[in-house]
Design a protein around this ligand. Structure first.
Ligand SMILES: NC(=O)c1ccc[n+]([C@@H]2O[C@H](COP(=O)([O-])OP(=O)(O)OC[C@H]3O[C@@H](n4cnc5c(N)ncnc54)[C@H](OP(=O)(O)O)[C@@H]3O)[C@@H](O)[C@H]2O)c1
Length: 286
């Protein structure tokens, strides 16, 4: 199948390309706002509908996986118009110019974090601009065609050299530089290795899933404990990690606290087992 990835040079894009590239019957078209040095791909900004239409026409994909988004939660709060232009209007552009199947990535930030982990049928109630834009994009996608698929994830991590969106990179590089870091102990999620998400996206493609599904790895932990696990795995100084409360951080955007995603539905549909954090960390080398 010919698959076009938007935002292909982000954290998940790299992991997904690695997984899909190994499937002999897939042809992957990687697109990004810019192409990192040494990588192959096409320049594509999903805000530019005219160019998007041309790229779709010239490459004739059978499936588009939309990973393009502004993922910096505080930047979304600061620049809500830009967040809407990329996260909502960008997806609308894809729906407007492409007739085939679309898989779109969304987030547990569509929930308020009062009573997670959340199932697919739980009431959404985003508390940040980022969460609101992602929820609006989900609705656009499924109103356009209920056969499309939304996959919600949370706290994706990896050790990418080129993407900025990795918690693991931040923890590792800070500790290597002997820098003390404050990590929140009151935000609970199920952190998910980008490779684990990529494997599940691959299965969603082959099983032609539609609607909304949640994917997250097995362990529900607070961010402070997750940082400690990272330090332990890479033999770094965990005493540099200090617990802090979200309200003490004074971040621009509010964060869901008791969040995370339940995976019962997808586990049943695909017969998959979410991996543990320690198994995933074991497979990552820095
Ligand atoms: N990271 C997480 O914890 C997490 C959790 C749940 C869901 N998700 C979702 O998963 C998807 C992938 O996230 P990620 O972790 O891979 O984040 P990421 O590393 O920030 O990747 C997002 C990519 O989108 C690109 N992009 C931004 N605006 C664009 C535009 N107008 N046109 C084309 N590309 C654009 C970015 O390029 P630039 O580098 O040029 O900005 C970046 O390469 C996103 O939809 C995100 O909302 C992420």
């Amino acid at each position: 199948m010919r698959i076009l990835l938007t935002g292909a040079f982000g954290q998940l894009g790299f992991a997904l390309n690695k997984v899909l590239d190994k499937v002999s019957y897939h042809e992957i078209i990687r697109t990004g706002r810019s192409i990192p040095f040494g990588q192959k791909g096409m320049v594509l900004d999903i805000q530019n509908k005219v160019h998007l239409k041309e790229v779709v026409k010239s490459t004739e994909p059978e499936l588009i996986i939309n990973l393009a988004a502004i993922t910096n939660v505080d930047a979304c709060e600061q620049y809500p118009e830009l967040a809407r232009e990329i996260n909502i209007a960008g997806l609308q552009h894809i729906c407007d110019v492409f007739d085939g199947k679309i898989i779109h990535l969304s987030t547990d930030y569509v929930f308020d974090g009062e009573s997670g982990p959340y199932g697919e049928n739980d009431q959404t109630c985003p508390i940040s601009v980022y969460g609101k834009t992602k929820l609006a994009s989900e609705r656009i996608l499924l109103d356009n065609n209920p056969d499309h698929l939304v996959i919600r994830g949370n706290v994706l991590y990896d050790y990418p050299t080129l993407s900025k969106a990795s918690f693991l990179n931040w923890v590792v590089s800070s500790l290597i530089e002997d820098k003390e870091i404050n990590v929140v102990e009151d935000q609970i999620n199920n952190p998910t290795w980008a490779r684990s998400m990529a494997d599940v996206i691959n299965l969603c493609i082959s099983n032609d899933l539609n609607g909304i599904v949640h994917w997250g790895d097995a362990d529900h932990v607070n961010r402070f404990d997750f940082a400690k696990m990272i330090a332990e795995r890479f033999s770094l100084n965990s005493r540099l990690i200090k617990p802090i409360l979200t309200k003490e951080l004074g971040q621009t955007a509010p964060r869901p606290l008791q969040s995370g995603l339940m995976t019962t539905k997808i586990v049943k549909m695909l017969d998959v087992i979410p991996p543990s954090i320690s198994d995933c960390l074991e497979e990552i080398s820095i």
